[in-house]
Design a binder for this molecule. Structure first.
Ligand SMILES: Nc1ncnc2c1ncn2[C@@H]1O[C@H](COP(=O)(O)OP(=O)(O)OP(=O)(O)O)[C@@H](O)[C@H]1O
Length: 531
């Protein structure tokens, strides 16, 4: 469930507030009275049903910090009367629907879904229960399998629907003090829910599909989709069944906030359900949560008795009408309508297309294109190096994916935190490309750059005297001396031992303090051995 960044949140229509100020004031007072009655009643309702202590905290807070709460309720209620649909959220939903090959409904409806929970101060959530904004799409995702992960497997998960909703607050459970705090900052912010059909068969598939969705949302600018910050959250529905039989009873693991935990939770739940059924038990239709420390899922609440959400049409939001080029009314003000075809024309490049281009343009292996896109900022780093270097794309790919990424992973750093800049790596690769340094010297220079002492690759090369020996005559003399000093190895080469020449190359390199190009040494040695 991607969350729109706060900057995109709803705008207040000031003109209409001024026009209707008096009516609003009466409505507001009336609503506030109703709200206060509801709070009183709901407290009684909670007590009557003996719901766990955690439910009582907001009412305790009401007593202790009544002034804070009343300010909150005033704002909450005021905002109910100036509910304006956020154009940006609708555009983002249409974009996401198009990117996920959905049919965009030209008419969609908003509903109120009522339930009591501490993180939902309004007592209801606006959603699209009856007619969502987009339906019947597909999410194509690929993963690498087989030996060396070089086989790319494409899979498709059907998208059932995409609906616009309002986000709730965030519960922060403090186990140590046995209390729950609620952060209401995101309550009411636009939320997009993407509902997939049950088309995935294991944790890895689900994690890969969600990763692809994350990349698509980021490419579209629909959401920053940072899972750790709750901008993209996943509820996973899991069931098991024998092949050819209908789907089993599902459990729902709520609010998974990392692809790794998603995969773990699903695989754990599959195994738990199989064990349960094999031991003669039954699967309950329940909501569970994932305990990342214990690596298992824990029951939260029973879903068996279907909760009555008392859905009703949202009175503040009329049906949402969208247009395409054909249906656009003549002379319509572009600020007042949303044209699906215009949004389609402006869709940015999607990650699958970027990967294909990388493979075609640079002759890159598909699995490398996946890694470049999966690590945040790595593709940009690679492209910036490419802009400044003459080195072969394959060489650049290898340095970025093996050396740079290896160092980053080892120190748990993000690409943006790399001490080696794209320009420095490009300069290093240029030195390597014009054979000014050997590859082992290049590794040394990289390590020095990583220490981040503000030196350029050229400075490091000259300070450490890492330049390759360009003096052909001196190299020939060294090769000659090494051959003289090791007649047995020379004999081995002449007898056809293919590895013996490597020994000679190693000896010459040692004598040059690794400052000679091994291919040049090999050429000289081969010439001398043949004569
Ligand atoms: N038997 C099943 N096994 C696994 N997944 C299922 C099964 N039946 C439905 N699903 C999946 O469960 C999800 C249902 O999500 P949806 O949000 O529409 O309903 P919900 O979980 O009842 O609603 P909510 O929790 O938001 O109140 C869909 O992604 C659907 O593909």
């Amino acid at each position: 469930m991607p969350r729109f960044p706060p900057s995109l949140n709803s705008s207040l229509d000031l003109k209409s507030i001024l026009q209707h100020l008096q009516i609003l004031w009466y409505l507001f007072l009336m609503h506030l009275c109703l709200e206060l009655c509801r709070i009183g009643l709901s407290k009684k309702a909670f007590e009557a049903f003996h719901i766990k202590d955690v439910w009582n905290w907001p009412w305790q807070l009401w007593n202790e910090n009544w002034n804070l709460n009343i300010v909150h309720y005033i704002f909450q209620n005021l905002s109910l009367f100036v509910q304006v649909l956020n154009r940006r959220c609708v555009e983002a939903a249409v974009m996401t629907g198009l990117a996920l090959n959905c049919r965009i409904n030209k008419k969609s409806l908003f509903d109120r879904k009522h339930y009591f929970y501490a993180d939902l101060p309004a007592g209801y959530q606006i959603t699209q229960q009856r007619l969502p904004i987009a339906v019947n799409g597909s999410l194509v995702y690929s993963f690498c399998a087989g030996k060396n992960r070089s086989q790319v497997i494409n899979k498709t998960a059907r998208v059932k629907q995409i609906q616009l909703e309002q986000d709730s607050g965030k519960s922060l459970h403090d186990d140590l003090r046995s209390q729950t705090l609620i952060d209401l900052n995101r309550a009411g912010v636009g939320l997009l829910e993407v509902v997939l059909e049950p088309d995935m068969s294991c944790g890895e598939e689900a994690a890969t599909a969600v990763r692809e969705l994350q990349l698509i949302l980021q490419a579209l600018g629909t959401s920053q989709a940072n899972m750790a910050e709750g901008q993209l959250r996943v509820d996973a529905n899991i069931s098991v069944h024998h092949p050819g039989e209908p789907l089993g009873v599902r459990t729902e693991v709520k609010n998974l906030n990392s692809a790794r935990f998603l995969a773990k939770a699903i695989d754990y739940e599959i195994q738990r359900q199989i064990n349960e059924l094999e031991n003669g038990g039954e699967i309950l239709n329940e909501t569970r949560s994932f305990d990342s420390k214990l690596g298992c899922t824990i029951p939260m609440r029973d879903k068996e008795g279907k909760q009555d959400y008392r859905f009703m049409p949202e009175p503040n939001l009329p049906p949402l009408l969208l247009y395409d080029t054909e249906s656009l009314p003549a002379g319509a003000d572009p600020q007042q309508v949303i044209d699906i075809d215009r949004i389609r024309e402006q869709l940015p490049e999607l990650p699958s297309v970027t990967r294909e281009k990388l493979v075609q343009q640079y002759g890159m292996l598909p699995e490398h294109s996946f890694t470049l896109l999966n690590e945040v900022g790595l593709l940009e780093f690679f492209q910036n190096v490419m802009k400044e270097t003459r080195a072969e794309p394959k060489k650049v790919t290898s340095w970025v994916l093996n050396t740079l990424l290896g160092f980053l992973k080892q120190q748990n750093l993000a690409v943006s935190e790399s001490p080696v800049t794209p320009s420095a790596l490009a300069e290093l690769l240029n030195l390597l490309d014009r054979k000014a340094i050997s590859s082992s010297a290049a590794k040394q220079v990289f390590e020095e750059l990583w220490r981040n002492e503000g030196k350029t690759p050229a400075q490091i090369v000259s300070e450490k005297k890492l330049e390759l020996m360009q003096d052909q005559e001196a190299l020939e003399q060294l090769c000659h001396a090494v051959m003289e000093g090791h007649p047995q190895v020379v004999m081995d080469v002449k007898k056809g031992n293919p590895r013996a020449i490597n020994k000679l190359i190693g000896l010459v390199r040692k004598a040059t303090l690794s400052r000679a190009d091994p291919t040049v040494i090999k050429e000289i040695l081969e010439k001398k051995l043949a004569s």
